[in-house]
Design a protein around this ligand. Sequence first.
Ligand code: NAP
Length: 267
Amino acid sequence: MGNELKRFAGKSALITGAGGGIGRGISLRLAREGADIAACDIDQERLDETMVNIKETGRQGIALVCDVAQEGEIENTAKRALAAFGKIDILVNNAGIGDTNKSFDEIDADLWDKVYAVNVKGPFFLSRGIAMDMIEKKIAGKIISIASTEGKTNRAGSLAYASSKRALIGITQGLAIQLAPHGITVNAICPGLIDTPIWHKADRDMDLPLGSMVKMVGDTAMEQRQLKLLRIGTPDDIAAAVAFLASEDASYMTGQAINVCGGMEFS
Ligand code: NAP
């Protein structure tokens, strides 16, 4: 993979959704570049698999089972991560859920609230807790949230999901303004189509073999030349961009929402 850079030696990172496809990719990339990792996920089993991979890099890792939709659990997770490493230099708000493209007349208030609790409220309150610690310790930290190209151009017509990702971009900009005086940068990555287990829910709902839905969407996007680079993205594609934003190479960037999408989105 050629990750010989050690840009994060002496740093520690907290990553949510670290048991999932993109979160695991980010955790391993930052660990290979020298960071200790506080890995958070709602799913203990998948988190444990990520921990095995982190340990293989030789870095320290702690597993924090947490539902980012619950304010109390977020607070506890932040406390445990800070107790373990003494500080958090890099926060990656990656945990997110979809709304399985429910139509406007099917979506109910419970689903709406759940999507917003995980995709919007959780990232905000965790960012707030970690930013307050960064300010107290005078850490020029990096906060990175994983939004979506759907938060810029709503191609699939999803309602709760796309609007929640747009809200996350708004929070990124607001925090960037308020935290700039403290030397903390806040940015978002907008992935396009990435092959991860998030797509498996749709496979299961439609009784299709796992991986069918992302392939179908990818094939269509390639046929229509929306997906210019003619391949579906991988967690490593997103992890590389996160590592850049977390590094000093991105020290003059804040409030940005960067597309990593094979050219599917231009704005
Ligand atoms: P994924 O493989 O499903 O990973 C997400 C992880 O977050 C899963 O382990 C999931 O656990 C966990 N999680 C869900 N709800 C949580 C909660 N309340 N608290 C803590 N952890 C929770 O999905 P992914 O594709 O890697 O997605 C990562 C991020 O990228 C998400 O924000 C997603 O919206 C964004 N994104 C993905 C794509 C794509 O094409 N894959 C495109 C654009 C944006 P469970 O499996 O138990 O739910």
